[in-house]
Design a binder for this molecule. Sequence first.
Ligand code: A3P
Length: 295
Amino acid sequence: EEEEDERIYQKYMDLISTLPTERGCTSDHITLYQGFWHLPTSSLLGVMAVQQHFKARSTNILLASTPKSGTTWMNALIFSIVNPLYDFSTHPLLTHNSHECVPMLEISIYKTSQIANPDVLPSPRLFSTHIPYSSLPKSTIDSNCRIVYICRNPKDVFVSFWHFADVIQIKLNKDQPVISLEETFQMFCKGASPWGPYWDHVLGYWKASLEWPKRILFLKYEVLRSNTSVCLKKLAQHLEYPFSLEEEKQGVVEKILELCSFENLSNLEVNKSSDKELVPGVKFSAFFRKGQVGD
Ligand code: A3P
C-alpha cells in the first residue's frame, strides 16, 4: 500500500513539475494549479490527493477559508457546537489546538506520500480546507454536506500572513533571501499568494453561497468579532445543531464564546508555549498573534 501511495504522489510530483511557478514569500515557491497559487510540496500534493480520493458524506461539515482569515477560531467554534456534551472544565480545546480537532483535508489527512483514511473519523466528520470552491472534490458538492466559509478583510489577511510567513520562514529555512513587504504586497494584489488570487477564492464561495444558501454559509471575520453571539447561533442553525432554549438558559452560548475567545485560546499551554506543531516548523502558537480587526 505504501508503494502504491508513493507511486500516486510521484505522479502528482511529475504533474507539478510542469506547472508555472513564482517566487513565494515562504521558503516554498508557489505553483499555479487550476487558476490558484499553491505551495507545491506542503499543500498542492495534498490538494491533488483530496481531489482524487476524498469522498464527502452528507453529514460532513467543511470549513473553508483562505489562510489567516480566522480558520483556527472557526474550527474551535464549529467543534464546540457539534460536540455539546463536553464538560467545559475538561473540554478537548483546553488541551488541543483546534486544528487537531478539525483536521485540514489537504495538510493533515492527505499528507505528502501518506494517504490517511478519513473513514475512521467519528461522525459527523469535521474538516477544514483552503481549497478554492472550483477545485473542491465533486463529492463535497454532490453530497450536499454543509460548508462554512470564513472571509476576512484582505488587508488584515495580508498583514497576518506576512507575520505568519516570517515566523515559519525563520523556522524552516534561515538562509532564504527575504522578500520585502512591498514586493510581497504587490504579489498578493496581483493574486500570486498561497491559495490566491484572494479575490477569486472569496468570490468562488460568495457566489456559491448565493446560489445554495442552505448548503453554504458565508461569514465575515469582522462581523464575527463584533457580533459573535448572533453569528454563533446562525452558525449552529446552519450546521443543524441549533441551541435549545434549555441550552441558551444554561448559558452554553456564552460558555462557547468564552472558551473560543482569542484571549482564552491564545493563553492555553498548547497554543502558547508547547512545542506541538501542525506540520514540522509550524507550531500551534503561530496561529495566534493579535486577533484584531484593522491591524
Ligand atoms: P492576526 O495575525 O491578525 O492576529 P488562521 O487561523 O486562518 O490562520 O488565521 C489566523 C488569524 O486569526 C490571526 O490573525 C490570529 O491571531 C487570529 N485568531 C486566532 N484565533 C482567534 C480567535 N480565537 N479569535 C479571533 N482571532 C483569532
